[in-house]
Structures are given as structure tokens and as C-alpha cells.
Design a protein around this ligand. Structure first.
Ligand SMILES: [Zn+2]
Length: 170
């Protein structure tokens, strides 16, 4: 185990198939390749590498993985500049993305998901688990998800599935 170069979660460093770059599998970001130059840039940045930038890169990788690109194509310094220049989506969008993700993981009614899954941080452009908790709380308040008896687990309500169908139809 090692620390993910993007988000610092405990991650796996996979065998290096490239001359210049690393391959990570992270519970938050997903699987990605990163160029040696970008690794060096991120290591050098220290406090200049902000939580917002981490959230953007982490989400980027996660969404590429969800589109079937596993691992995500090699991230370069140019990708870093492009990705971190984009704005973080609005709160309503982040809540919808979170709901769509957890609903997509559950093929049928009544199944539960783990609210502490680090992937939820990435799909909702959050900086940490505390932000995810706030977004999940909003989904609970709107009765789109409901807590279950199992600790840290919730399920999508029928209203939650209906919301997902509406979002999908847009
Ligand atoms: Zn990561």
C-alpha cells in the first residue's frame, strides 16, 4: 500500500508498465495512470495543491472510470492545468450526481449502499467525508434515500429512483 498521489488515501501502486509514469488504484479516485512529470509537480506543490484541486482531479478520474476507461488515460501536466481550471459543480448538481451514482450501483429496490464509501467523495466533487455526509443528509431530508438498520448504510427510496429517472430523462 502507498498513498494515492492525487488524494492521499491508502492506495495500491500497480506494476509500472510505462517508462515514465505510475499506475494507481485508489478507493476514492479509482484507477489511473499519471506521468512522472505530473507526479513531480504534485509532490513539489505542497500547500499550493489545494483541496479543491484534489477534488477536481479525483472526480475526473472517477468519471473516466465510470465511462469505462479503466485505468483513466495517463494524466499529464497539461491535463492537470485543464482539469483544475474547471469550476466545481453547483451543490444541486453535486447532490444529483451523488444520488445517480448510488442508485446506479443498486439494480433493484431495497438494496443498501455504504455511506462511507470513499468513491462518494469523488463522484460528488467533495473535499472530504464530512462534505459527503452533508450532501447525503440533504438526500435523507428530501426522502430520496433513507438510513437502514445497518450502520453507515442507506437505501434509495422509490422517490429517489423516480428522481433519478427524471434526471436521466433530461
Ligand atoms: Zn485517490
Amino acid at each position: 500500500m502507498t498513498e494515492c498521489i492525487i488524494c492521499d488515501e491508502q492506495a495500491k501502486l500497480l506494476p509500472n508498465i510505462h517508462i515514465d509514469g505510475d499506475r494507481f488504484k485508489c478507493p476514492r479516485c479509482g484507477a489511473f495512470e499519471i506521468s512522472g512529470s505530473l507526479v513531480a509537480v504534485l509532490r513539489q506543490k505542497g500547500t499550493e495543491y489545494t483541496a479543491d484541486q484534489v477534488a477536481k482531479l479525483s472526480s475526473w478520474v472517477r468519471y473516466q472510470n465510470m465511462r469505462g476507461e479503466i485505468p483513466c488515460k495517463m494524466l499529464t501536466v497539461a491535463d492537470y492545468d485543464y482539469i483544475t481550471a474547471m469550476p466545481i459543480p453547483e451543490i444541486s448538481d453535486r447532490i444529483n450526481r451523488l444520488l445517480a451514482f448510488v442508485a446506479g450501483c443498486q439494480p433493484s429496490l431495497g438494496q443498501t449502499f455504504n455511506m462511507k464509501d470513499p468513491a462518494l467523495i469523488a463522484v460528488s466533487y467533495s473535499k472530504n467525508g464530512v462534505e459527503v455526509d452533508r450532501l447525503l443528509h440533504s438526500l435523507i431530508e428530501s426522502c430520496l434515500i433513507a438510513k437502514t438498520d445497518r450502520e453507515d448504510h442507506a437505501e434509495i427510496t422509490p422517490a429517489g429512483y423516480m428522481r433519478c429517472e427524471e434526471l436521466h430523462a433530461r
